[in-house]
Design a protein around this ligand. Structure first.
Ligand code: PLP
Ligand code: COI
Length: 362
């Protein structure tokens, strides 16, 4: 791919390492540049890295009316050698194309996505936040640009990548378990829909539910399937629980659950971590009973932004709740968190191909 560089003048760019003095918020900061590429006449054209700035879009662009948009979320980490490494970025590139299939959008060759991401990080590498627990959050996204009010797949698209030097998704990081609302009133997606895609519309649909959850003091919702029988996932992370014998149980991936790269990674790492993992359909009544009887000893969420987020309490619409592990972070959760973050930051050797170094090109 022949990327054109139109960079900010040096005097307007970050010129020294970024060492934030306060814990960084998640997703608010931007770096100096962004990657942009257009899709026209069946081809991806004009790949470019330009200063981060507003973009031009027709008021009739399909994305603004019918939400034909998908995105990814990945992270890069700085290792002790001072180099930046993306984590399992090939998995994100694959999932982007899977989402594209579900939303009737064109594929972007995986190597192109990875080159776009690595080239942008290379240009903005001084924005890597040197702070415990922080990372460079990578947000690739594609959206429909055709100006048309007919409901049909767009003939033109933009693929872009932006970066956000970020701290933990939940402000208290890994220090305090969160509370989730279990609701029978709202559902994330119906079967046969866009649930397994990282589609922008899924997140729009989650907003009123998240506001509802706040009334119960909950951070997010743990969604059930539309029959209110099985546990699905939370708004921005997969769900897990730990049985008394130490087995980590993750709901089976159906077409209403996003296939979390974090969940998949934890399962792939189970032998190395010396823990058992399994996936199955999980009945919500058995889950709650399991917490009450002590059969279930820990629970939480897995996600790129959320990392490993312990859950200490599940609240219900009638105001009652169940508490897990006395609202404390459990041993298996700690073990996974330490192993996973150790591996991302290069303290523990990662499986072959999981970390890709961002080469110095510019
Ligand atoms: N489920 C949803 C709905 C998400 O938004 C996310 C975040 O990306 C996840 C699960 C976790 O997926 P991953 O581990 O690939 O980030
Ligand atoms: C991620 O974990 O990367 C996500 O995309 C979740 C997000 C909606 C904050």
């Amino acid at each position: 791919m022949n990327i054109q560089y139109n960079l900010k003048p040096k005097s307007e760019r970050r010129t020294e390492a970024f060492k934030p003095d306060k814990t960084l918020p998640f997703g608010l900061l931007r770096t100096d540049h962004m990657f942009v590429m257009d899709y026209e006449d069946g081809e991806w054209i004009n790949p470019r890295i330009v200063p981060y700035s507003p973009i031009e879009l027709s008021p009739g662009a399909i994305v603004l009316h019918y939400a034909q948009a998908i995105f990814e979320g990945a992270k890069a980490f700085m290792h002790d050698d001072g180099e930046i490494y993306t984590f399992r970025i090939d998995k994100n590139a694959k999932r982007m194309n899977r989402s594209a299939d579900i939303l009737c959008m064109p594929h972007i060759p995986e190597e192109m996505q990875i080159e776009a991401i690595h080239s942008l990080i290379d240009v903005d590498r001084l924005w890597f936040p040197i702070q415990e627990g922080a990372s460079l959050y990578i947000r690739p996204f594609m959206f429909a640009t055709e100006d048309s009010l007919g409901v049909h797949p767009s003939s033109t698209y933009k693929f872009m990548v932006i970066l956000s030097p970020s701290g933990p998704y939940y402000p208290k990081g890994f220090t305090e378990p969160i509370k989730l609302l279990i609701t029978k009133k709202f559902h994330r997606v119906p079967p046969g829909g866009t649930g397994s895609a990282k589609a922008a519309g899924n997140y729009a649909a989650s907003l009123q539910v998240a506001e509802f959850a706040k009334k119960f003091g909950a951070t997010q919702v743990l969604y059930l399937d539309t029959t209110n029988t099985y546990i699905e996932e939370a708004g921005t992370m997969n769900h897990y629980h730990v049985m008394k014998d130490g087995t980590v149980v993750i709901p089976e991936f159906t077409d209403t659950i996003l296939r979390s790269i974090t969940s998949e990674s934890v399962m792939e790492l189970s032998d190395r971590m010396g823990i058992k993992t399994k996936q199955e359909r999980i009945r919500v009544d058995e889950f709650i009973e399991g917490i009450r009887t002590g059969e279930i000893t820990e629970a939480g969420g897995f996600g790129t932004a959320a990392v490993i987020s312990p859950v200490g309490e599940y609240v219900f619409e009638d105001g009652s709740s169940v508490v897990v592990n006395d609202n404390k972070i459990g041993e298996i959760t700690k073990k996974i968190y330490e192993y996973y973050t150790g591996l991302q930051t290069g303290k523990i050797e990662a499986p072959e191909g999981w970390l890709k170094k961002v080469e110095r090109r510019v």
